[in-house]
Design a protein around this ligand. Structure first.
Ligand code: SF4
Ligand SMILES: [Zn+2]
Length: 124
């Protein structure tokens, strides 16, 4: 995957961090009964982007986060638009709806708790 990461820019890195935080909130609040494990990714650059804060997630959320990260890394747009406004949404069937649900739920959750910093990064 090394050529993929050469194309990583600040916007994609930011989106990866936001996706990780939003999936983390969603899983913590909505999947309390599920068995969870730390999300792990082998590549050092992605680990660095996540700042060593690997979320503890259920299997479905680990899959969703992993799928989202790969899609962000492979995104052909430069500059990258917001995924929800993208004309060629690249997520696999099922993941697109799921990620929308996650972003909506966690966005409202974080707004209600005054986490405008995260919402700013999400919207920027
Ligand atoms: S949905 Fe569009 S903007 Fe988002 S990663 Fe895929 S191609 Fe890029
Ligand atoms: Zn989950």
């Amino acid at each position: 995957m090394s050529e993929v990461f050469q194309r990583l820019d600040r916007k994609k890195a930011n989106d990866i961090r936001i996706l990780s935080q939003f999936v983390s909130v969603f899983c913590r609040e909505k999947h309390q009964a599920e068995e969870k494990q730390p999300f792990s990714i082998k590549d050092e650059q992605v680990r660095a982007i996540l700042g060593g804060r690997n979320p503890v997630l259920c299997q479905d959320c680990r899959r969703l986060l992993s799928h989202g990260i790969v899609k962000l890394l492979l995104c052909p747009y430069d500059p990258k638009p917001m995924c929800k406004k993208c004309p060629t949404h690249c997520y696999a069937p099922g993941y697109r709806e799921k990620v929308r649900e996650v972003m909506r739920f966690s966005g409202i959750y974080l707004l209600k708790r005054g986490r405008l910093d995260l919402m700013f990064h999400y919207l920027s």
